[in-house]
Ligand binder design. Structure first.
Ligand SMILES: Cc1ncc(C[n+]2csc(CCOP(=O)(O)OP(=O)(O)O)c2C)c(N)n1
Ligand SMILES: [Mg+2]
Length: 579
């Protein structure tokens, strides 16, 4: 924002029809649509746009790499529930968005990317910094288009926001050739969208809802299996009401963590490859599986053939193409989870299900999530448990990918939706730090902690400079095992301990942090862990990086080996012995 911004903010978006450049139309439309922040990187064909942003009532965050900017917009959307906006120049800038867009696509996150493009008459000429970005990102966006007429510009941006944030949410990319940005146009009257082929079904079919309620009432051993869709639909309150009224145990996918208070007895915590034994056993033995906003990802189901083999399956989802895609659905219900759960709650009855809850309690007692607390080394799980304790389970938490991510899912106890921000479907290393930045910008008053892997952090650590520049008090906790730990675990278990190409040199992270203007702390003694976390939490004016030198060869348990059934977990003996 320039010093002129305050004045511009008072004026707001253009009220009376005047001639404006395409760049001005983009900026005014973003303001009109409620975008208070954009994450964008400069370049030749987006200079007209940045020039107009300079005077706009919009906060502009320039990342150090467009991938970082896209993850920031993604996490901003996850933390706030609003659309995240990212801007990149043509060619290399646009290409750097690929990972971020694929990430948002796999996790159904509303991100609008605006890319500059070479002049219309140069498209297809291999012009300088030309890349066919709409062609490149077609399979990893919900929608994309190239604006070739300035008359369509405002409408297209309205449509982009609408498509990104409705139905099954997802990323949209709008490509704007620079001649459109600099040409002028007078927009008369209000913008009307023109999407005749795009329909979102929100109200579920009442007959299907009745059938689902009947199945729930008849079930002896039900399980609610909820996915990220429950958070996108802002339906956590309805989920709580349904689970408590009907007396249903709840298990969550990685992306749904936070949607159900994990301190409640009905919570089975996470299911799947590194889910809890009690969730996985419950799913395998249930007679009714109620899937909501979840897509039966292979990390959840294990071997599909044997997944919840004896259960009737209710599948509630806003995206009809997701229903019965991977696993059969006996009672499909297409629509908005918030509405459908509200309707279901009216129709279900409370059943005691004593036997079922007794069995679940036995599994919980026999196979709790735990680890060896007697070692003198720093256990990664201990660090995460302490972060949870000292933040009172209230922080917004982002992660890298790998063991750090799975231990965070297991040992940080989440209470509320939009509290846990992680790369689920794509599993993108390097997500944690830029995600923490995006979340902190969306929620300036909250504590934001990135629990990261050393190698995940290595991928995007340059964004620490962005956090320093904007004085963001994010906390980065590196679970530094000196390995691509999750890969090492697989090499240990499935490749006879051959840790091929898995020892990369790491920098001294505290020194790197200080070089970039952040605080840096190194912890190599177990006794120092709580004090370091407290110190980290007390730092207000900018980011702090804590390098926890943890035990190098710790494994994540339990584990359903790839292709095995959900109840064929390794590590149960270990958990039982530690219980
Ligand atoms: C961009 C990217 N490249 C490769 C992978 C494959 N992969 C998954 S986990 C992992 C290791 C992660 O190492 P680290 O960040 O140190 O986390 P740890 O498992 O040690 O906690 C790798 C290489 C990935 N998920 N993402
Ligand atoms: Mg590691």
């Amino acid at each position: 924002m320039s010093p002129k911004t305050a004045k511009a903010a008072e004026k707001g978006a253009a009220a009376t029809p005047t001639e404006r450049t395409g760049a001005q139309i983009i900026v005014d439309t973003l303001v009109e649509l409620g975008a208070d922040t954009v994450f964008g990187y400069l370049g030749g064909v987006v200079l007209p746009l940045f020039d107009k942003l300079y005077d706009a009532p919009i906060r502009v965050i320039v990342p150090r790499h467009e991938q970082g900017g896209c993850h920031m917009a993604d996490a901003y959307a996850r933390a706030s529930g609003k659309v995240g906006v990212v801007i990149a120049t043509s060619g290399p800038g646009a290409c750097n968005l690929v990972t971020g867009l694929a990430n948002a696509m796999m996790d159904s996150i509303p991100v609008v990317a605006i890319t500059g493009q070479v002049r219309t008459e140069l498209i297809g000429n291999d012009a300088f910094q030309e890349a066919d970005i709409t062609g490149i990102i077609r399979p990893i966006t919900k929608y994309n288009c190239i604006v070739k007429d300035i008359k369509d510009l405002a409408r297209t941006i309205h449509e982009a926001f609408y498509i990104a944030s409705t139905g099954r949410q997802g990323p949209v990319l709008i490509d704007v050739p620079v001649d459109i940005s600099v040409s002028k146009y007078t927009l008369e009257g209000p913008v009307t969208m023109n999407l005749p082929g795009y329909h979102v079904k929100t109200n579920g079919h009442s007959g299907q809802i009745d059938a689902a309620a009947k199945a729930i009432n008849e079930s002896e051993r039900p399980v609610l299996y909820v996915g990220g869709g429950i958070i996108s639909a802002n339906a956590s309150e309805e989920l709580r009401a349904l689970a408590q009224k009907a007396n249903l145990p709840v298990t969550m996918t990685l992306l749904a963590l936070g949607s159900y208070d994990q301190s409640r007895a009905e919570s089975l915590d996470m299911l799947g490859m590194h889910g809890t034994a009690y969730a996985n056993f419950a799913v395998q033995e249930c007679d009714l599986l109620i899937a909501i906003g979840a897509r039966f990802d292979d990390r959840v189901t294990g071997k599909v053939k044997t997944f919840a083999a004896n259960a009737k399956i209710i599948h509630i989802d806003i995206d009809p193409s997701s229903i019965a895609k991977n696993v059969r659905a006996d009672i499909p219900v297409v629509g908005d989870a918030k509405y459908i759960l509200g309707e279901l709650a009216k129709k279900v009855e409370h059943r005691p299900r004593k036997e079922w809850f007794k069995k679940i309690a036995e599994w919980k007692k026999k196979f709790p999530l735990t680890f060896d607390k007697t070692t003198s080394n720093i256990k990664p799980q201990y660090v995460i448990e302490e972060i949870c304790n000292l933040t009172k389970g209230d922080a917004i938490v982002t992660t890298g990918v790998g063991q750090n991510q799975m231990w965070t899912a297991q040992f940080y106890r989440f209470k509320r939706p939009r509290q846990f921000i992680t790369s689920g479907g794509l599993g993108t290393m390097g997500f944690g730090l830029p995600a923490a930045i995006g979340a902190q910008i969306a929620k300036p008053d909250e504590t934001v902690v990135d629990i990261d892997g050393d190698h995940s952090f290595n991928m995007t650590m340059t964004e620490l400079a962005t956090a320093v520049q904007h004085k963001l008090p994010i906390k980065v906790c590196i679970i530094n095992n000196g390995y691509m730990g999750m890969v090492r675990q697989w090499q240990q278990l499935f490749y006879g301990h051959r840790y091929s190409y898995n020892s990369l040199a790491n920098p001294d992270y505290a020194t790197v942090a200080r070089a970039l203007g952040a605080e840096g702390i190194t912890v190599d003694k177990k006794a120092d862990v709580p004090a370091a976390i407290k110190k980290m939490l007390s730092i207000k004016g900018g980011p702090c990086v804590v390098d926890f030198r943890v035990e190098k060869e710790e494994n994540v348990w339990p584990m359903v080996p790839s292709g095995k059934s959900l109840n064929e977990m390794d590590g149960l003996d270990y958990l039982e012995s530690m219980a």
